[in-house]
Design a protein around this ligand. Sequence first.
Ligand SMILES: C[S@@+](CC[C@H](N)C(=O)[O-])C[C@H]1O[C@@H](n2cnc3c(N)ncnc32)[C@H](O)[C@@H]1O
Length: 352
Amino acid sequence: MGRLLEGPNAVDSVHTLLTRGKEALARRDYNTAMDLFALADVLTTAQDDTPRRLLNRTLRQVVPRWHFSMMNDAARNAAYSAAIAAVVRPGDLVLDIGTGAGLSALLSARAGAGLVVSCEAEPIVAAVAQQIVAENGYEEQVRIIANASTSLRVGVDLPAPADVLVTEIFDCALLGEGVLPTLAHARRELLAPGAALIPHAARLWGQLVDSEELYSRNQVSTVCGFDLTAFEQLRSLEYFSTYLNTYRHRRLSEPFALADFDFRAEQPAEPYQVSVPIVADGTCHAIVLWFELYLAPGITLSNGPEQAGTHWRQGVQTFPSPRRCASGDKLDLTASHDLERVLVTIDAMSGA
Ligand SMILES: C[S@@+](CC[C@H](N)C(=O)[O-])C[C@H]1O[C@@H](n2cnc3c(N)ncnc32)[C@H](O)[C@@H]1O
């Protein structure tokens, strides 16, 4: 970046810009902070990296770090690549929801799409994706729109309703990045009748585990002789993400299907009930959650505990009152969601 000023005036201006930038960062006004740090960088000597470091610190608040592990998740990339190649027909209009670095948009273009309209809600990410698309020579075929999918309009952003929708907006327990409302809007407003969806469906899996270690990730009692139990008011009611296999645990059930989602149609957000056979004696501390995406016929993708290296990890929800159970018992569970997050409750236990 070019330097505009030198001498005492520049030093004063830079100091003021950095101070105001830090204030903006502290009140989480990231756009203002980035503007101020970028301007300070222009005015600073090339040797002083303070504005650049502060700019990057702010950027990290806006662009989550998981983008990198996601882009390097080979199993995810291979499954999406194969599904896109299988589904996209030459000349198709593809809507890619959630551009990120542009990988799924580029895969769609390489599969022969006539046009890929790819939208990204985070403008900074969209700008970098635009650069990546150009550097890979797909500018003609891929149109990046820096906006949420729910703001797109056919006739404005898309030349026609799309033939294919590609999206990868899933958290470790499937729904946490808003895929259900996003797809409801896309089906209503942006897709041609009978459009193909990648993925077209998903299953949420669960498994009950005995694990004091996992339970302690979300619980506290007496520490150094002090009763800290009141801090449990701040515990997580819903799942958090972690790798199950990094904790000592015993499986109390086989993996079981908790809920099925058909992304091609509207589905009521009704609770799912399931009765789970217990296969080992122990204390049920938590349920582990993961998904299986149905990307195309014969092509699935999962973030289950057996999928070493999945960047998603698994979702773990600890139960507020762990239950003793014995092999042969059945635990009745209800899984409900508010379109965004799944919550599992234990309803009853029946003995063998
Ligand atoms: C998990 S990344 C996937 C990126 C890329 N499609 C890939 O597969 O490598 C999802 C991206 O979608 C964006 N996003 C999520 N929901 C969106 C929506 N409804 N409209 C536009 N962008 C969205 C997020 O900001 C994030 O950058």
